[in-house]
Design a protein around this ligand. Sequence first.
Ligand code: ADP
Ligand code: MG
Length: 633
Amino acid sequence: MTSDFIVGIDLGTTNSLVAYMQGEIPAVIPGEDGLNLVPSVVALDEKNQVVVGNAARKYLIETPERSVYSVKRLMGRGIEDITEELKLFPFHLADDIQAGEVLRIKIGERTYTPPEISALILRQLKRNAERFFGGPVAKAVITVPAYFNDAQRQATKDAGRIAGLDVLRLVNEPTAASLAYGLDKKKNGIVAVYDLGGGTFDISILKLHDGIFEVIATNGDTHLGGDDIDNLLITIALDDIRGDLGLDVRRNGETVARIRKAVIEAKIALSSQASATLDVELPGGKRYQREVPQQAFEQLIQPVIDRTVGPCKQALKDANLKPAQIDEVVLVGGSTRIPKVRQLVQNLFGRVPHTDLNPDEVVALGAAVQATILGGGSEVTKEMLLLDVTPLSLGIEVAGGVTDKIILRNSTIPASATQYYTTQVEGQTNVAIHVLQGERELARDCRSLARFDLKGVPPMPAGMPRIEVKFLIDANGIMQVSAREQRSGKEAQIEVQPSYGLTDEQVESMLLESFDYAEEDFRQRQVIEARREADTILAALVKGKKNDAWRQLTSAERRKVETLEKALVAVKDGDDYHAIRTGIDTLNQGTMRLAELMMDSAVTTALKGKAMDDTGLEEGPQAGHPVAKADFE
Ligand code: ADP
Ligand code: MG
């Protein structure tokens, strides 16, 4: 096997897998233990060595503070996004994480970012493949949920790089599953991919035209899956044990873990048998045994699996389709092995679903197919082009804190779109572009992806500049935003660095395993950027004080602004990022009225017919104001 061999990786919430093309057929590469599935669990053992997968599972019970699972839930997210996850999962976060910072998870004495933990899982998969091939593996295709936003995708790519993998492409999981079934050979039709895994449920609707996949809608529930079924059975067992045997073992971690293991075995058996037995050894030589008939099991889990119906209907609605218009249904995720789930899906879409491939392997198999396409390997697959969609709308903030959507949700990627804006402030030379993701009307309710300034616009009356804002999303779902003032030709652009992403420098340092320094770099950079911002706003205030508007403020208002100004000056050259940030924000808040008055006076002056140059406002406020919606096209 050559070293430029490309593998396909399913980096799952519960389980991860690596696959490759065995000739024309994709196949999963087993681990040293002979098992295909690598549980997405990372722990430190007694000797402080990192262990991953099946070997790490026992530490979840023995030393929970030295282990972590479900880290995919934290990828590319900030502390304020994960309150729900923290309630449901025992993540041990570092104590000092602030809003805007990359999360760090404690494992024993050390802290790791989510991409670093995912990288440990990827490294294990890479090692499995290298042992299998007897040579190095450096290139991979990794799958991500279709609803993953830019930050989550970027974090996944970072994980690949930290693991020493060149990530050629991120592919949406439902797209990979469809590829594994070779549905592209059908040329045309609509495919529904129903994915019920360990802790998450996803439904995706794909459109096939001329053998090309296009994801036209996605929906789901990030807290629904096999774990919910396990918990129902565990609750019953705990009640039985208390009622029948007079034992309360709810706080006995090891016993609960044994019950969990027995329950999962019974659940799996019930997917192919009419009945299963729960059999658990209890403390004090006692024993819990219970027969679970399939029918009782099915009744028990009905409410759980019924929760998948709503998202399916919503996805159909978003895709503007009736169930009868679905041509193919693909099942993904270990929990779709349950016959009752298959039945529900069949009833919902009026189709017998595809079940030939293992539902917990199909995504990795499809990733291997995609890897071969990118490697230019197989003739059959060379023609295939994969299209995905943006799960959420993307846009920018406009005057009044309102969101203006530029690319609508469920748009096919790669995508690009352009909108035109203007300024709202007289003589404005800096234009703030605040990139947002989400469906909500107000910018503060959407997710902030990035901010940047278009600087050096020549002073013009408000409404005169013609600012072209262009969004470009590449095939990996990574976004480039550019802004250009057309009259002057001034432009600025950024690749959207997601709010909770790692910087390139950080990823590099992590590659060298100097994790601690990377964090320090990040903080340093934040401090430097905050200082720069403080300088800008303080300079703007010095200008503002020379304006007539300053004298229109009450003396109390002026005193307050000056107190805030002094406060910011006092902290801005220090190393306390949060102090500088707070100083900037409060001063911004405190000078709002001044900015308004300056704007009014500029308008009045303009109405009096004075030339802009005479207003003393030839340079508008330096802190960038958001753009305003333009009347022109
Ligand atoms: P993820 O995509 O979230 O990583 P998987 O697709 O690997 O997860 O699915 C894992 C879930 O599937 C677990 O809850 C597991 O118990 C469940 N599962 C696996 N096999 C079966 C089976 N035969 N019957 C029922 N559930 C199963
Ligand atoms: Mg999965």
